[in-house]
Design a protein around this ligand. Structure first.
Ligand code: XMP
Length: 319
């Protein structure tokens, strides 16, 4: 598959071609797709909906690892676009699979298996769908093949045949695009700017931002910190902002008493395509507002740091 750069992209033609390809592939069968609320899966949802109408079943998998209010936001925004979204509660399955895991690749693998084998395997079997539509983009493939980081949604390029492994075929209409191309297609499809220009968020969700075991409690901590960071940095213009929960504790003092507490690291990235990135030069009073907000809103945190290492050698996410 050849790359289509944003400069070479004719969005209307791209949309018409992909709609036709999805129709041709699915025939008179049915397809299913997982919508996370990110720009990639949102664009795929609208392409699939245009191609298949009611023969596309769109689900939001509530894996317990998403940001605050995501399920409600996704159901509302797509409801306004005429696309019904079904919320599937899969929290127990994901936390069960993540229990006891601390190795980053083991965590990614557990999420992949839970998503594709357990949740989607069952949904597809129950619904009789023969296709899964998903929003893999070229950067996901590049980084996985280069061995930098296993992206949860990359299968074929790793030698995994989804038909054989999970019992359904995967259609990836965005695989020739990078993020900037997907954003252009999303806008052309009529998605609101809040989605089309939305900051990237990783497939493994907040589990990519908890160093060590991703328990419900630790995910709740990083979720609260994420809300603060996204709010304070809303107008920063950064490519991506995030809060990371560290595994080790540090000594703090609260109300005159020693408190062996948790550490949150804030990252705020300038980047064009996520392949390289540099930390944003935030004003010090913004950093102070981040610290105040996190220390106020997130119980148990006694330390807030700001990451200043570029990618490479850092990566953008911590896991
Ligand atoms: P890294 O951490 O690899 O992130 O520098 C580069 C970009 O990719 C996102 N990211 C992921 N997205 N599945 C995804 O769908 C993943 O496993 C994953 N890991 C990282 C990250 O948020 C950043 O935008």
């Amino acid at each position: 598959m050849n790359e289509i750069t944003v400069a070479a992209l004719d969005t209307e033609r791209f949309i018409a071609e992909k709609v036709a390809e999805i129709r041709a592939a699915v025939g008179d069968g049915t397809a299913i797709n997982a919508l996370s609320g990110g720009v990639d899966s949102s664009a795929v949802t609208l392409l699939g909906h245009r191609a298949l109408g009611e023969r596309l079943r769109t689900v939001f998998v509530e894996n317990g690892l998403m940001r605050e209010g995501e399920a409600e936001m996704v159901v509302r925004v797509f409801g306004e676009l005429g696309v019904p979204v079904e919320v599937i509660d899969a929290r127990d399955a994901f936390f069960g699979a993540l229990a006891g895991l601390t190795d980053p690749e083991a965590k990614r693998e557990a999420i992949t298996q839970t998503f594709y084998r357990d949740i989607f395997g069952r949904l597809v079997r129950e619904s009789g769908a023969t296709f899964l539509l998903q929003g893999t983009i070229l950067t996901d493939v590049d980084e996985t093949v280069a061995g930098i980081k296993r992206q949860h949604n990359v299968l074929a390029q790793l030698g995994i045949d989804p038909q054989q492994a999970f019992g359904y075929a995967v259609i990836e209409p965005l695989i020739q695009l990078r993020k900037d191309g997907v954003r252009a297609v999303a806008e052309a499809l009529g998605l609101p700017k809040s989605i089309a220009q939305r900051m990237p968020f990783p497939g493994p969700a907040l589990a990519a931002r908890v160093i060590g075991e991703a328990t419900p409690e630790r995910i709740a901590t990083v979720r609260r910190a994420t809300t603060v960071v996204e709010e304070v940095l809303r107008d920063s213009g950064a490519f991506q902002v995030m809060a990371i929960l560290h595994e080790d504790r540090v000594t703090g003092v609260r109300d005159g008493v020693r408190d062996f507490g948790q550490q949150i690291e804030v990252r705020c990235w300038d980047s064009v395509d996520a392949r390289t990135a540099t930390p944003t030069r935030l004003p010090f009073d913004t950093l102070e507002r981040l610290a105040e907000g996190i220390l106020r809103e997130v119980p148990g945190v006694v330390s807030v740091t700001y990451a200043i290492a570029p990618k490479p050698p850092s990566t953008m996410e911590a896991v």
